[in-house]
Design a protein around this ligand. Structure first.
Ligand SMILES: C[S@@+](CC[C@H](N)C(=O)[O-])C[C@H]1O[C@@H](n2cnc3c(N)ncnc32)[C@H](O)[C@@H]1O
Length: 266
């Protein structure tokens, strides 16, 4: 495996397109469920890209995208854009609330889905908040339902080691736990691992792109999430420590997405 630099156009669209991995996740889950899921809950949904992919493959399902109040604006912008056919949105609703307290009774959701975001919940609510969010996802899931999560892993290529070190050094805490951590937490909640798959996105950012990404993380994220007391290291000190190595190697984007699918233990 070797990493290719994102062009500036690819970088601008990288989060939205993400190598079509959201679609691949929806296809994986579609074959596991045979498309049968009346109520699908996307946690945390952010803009709602994953919800849109599932809405296309699960045309008879009602999709509930769950996100924070300050995600609603970007969701509305996505709905108004031409990124997806308009009829996709007729069966997607947005629910503004915290993933730590999902406002549904036990067992009413057929399918819980997730693309990234467990690291954001860690940033806003800490590792205990992630555990609570996972327990809420399991609680609202029907006894025969499926729970799908995704997490980012980095390998040992220089651009991946660098990405891991840089994100760990931002002070924001927007980092994933290990695969085993999620497995153990969900097992303790009575969930059994049904299948897992890793999707590779072997792209890396140039120094200028990484600068933009890290400036946003250090300068904007703390004010965006100020109600959660989120703080970050200054961009300047982060760049002083890592800028030289990023110029030399580039910095991996989110390179390995592990998707895990769970069901309730019988
Ligand atoms: C990486 S995005 C989710 C990406 C999305 N699933 C997609 O397909 O593009 C993570 C989102 O989690 C939100 N978030 C952070 N803490 C949260 C919390 N405690 N509850 C719900 N959402 C949260 C952030 O506002 C952010 O928009």
């Amino acid at each position: 495996m070797s990493f290719e630099f994102l062009t500036d156009l690819e970088y601008a669209e990288a989060f939205h397109r993400f190598g079509n991995i959201r679609k691949a996740i929806a296809e994986l889950v579609q074959s596991a469920t045979e498309g049968n899921a009346s109520l699908v809950l996307d946690v945390p949904a952010g803009h709602g890209y994953l919800s849109a992919e599932f809405a296309q493959l699960f045309p008879s399902s009602q999709i509930l995208a769950l996100g924070l109040r300050n995600d609603v604006e970007s969701h509305i912008a996505l709905r108004k854009s031409d990124s997806y056919p308009q009829d996709v949105w007729t069966h997607v609703d947005y629910l503004a609330c915290d993933a730590m307290k999902i406002p549904f009774s036990n067992g009413v959701i057929d399918l819980v889905i997730n693309f990234l975001g467990l690291e954001d919940i860690k940033m806003t609510r800490g590792a205990e908040g992630v555990k609570l969010a996972l327990s809420e996802m399991a609680r609202v899931l029907d006894a025969k339902g499926l729970l799908q999560i995704s997490l980012v892993e980095y390998g040992e290529f220089p651009e991946e080691r660098l990405a891991r070190a840089v994100w760990n050094a931002t002070g924001l805490n927007p980092v994933f736990e290990t695969r085993e951590w999620y497995h153990q937490v969900l097992e303790a909640l009575g969930m059994r691992l049904l299948l897992e798959e890793q999707f590779i996105y072997p792209k890396k950012m140039t120094a200028a792109q990484a600068k933009e990404e890290l400036k946003f993380a250090c300068d904007v994220a703390p004010s965006l999430f100020s109600e959660f007391g989120v703080s970050a290291r200054s961009f300047e000190s982060l760049w002083t420590e890592f800028g030289g190595r990023i110029k030399e190697h580039g910095m991996a984007y989110w390179s390995r997405i592990r998707v895990m699918l769970f069901e309730h233990e019988a």
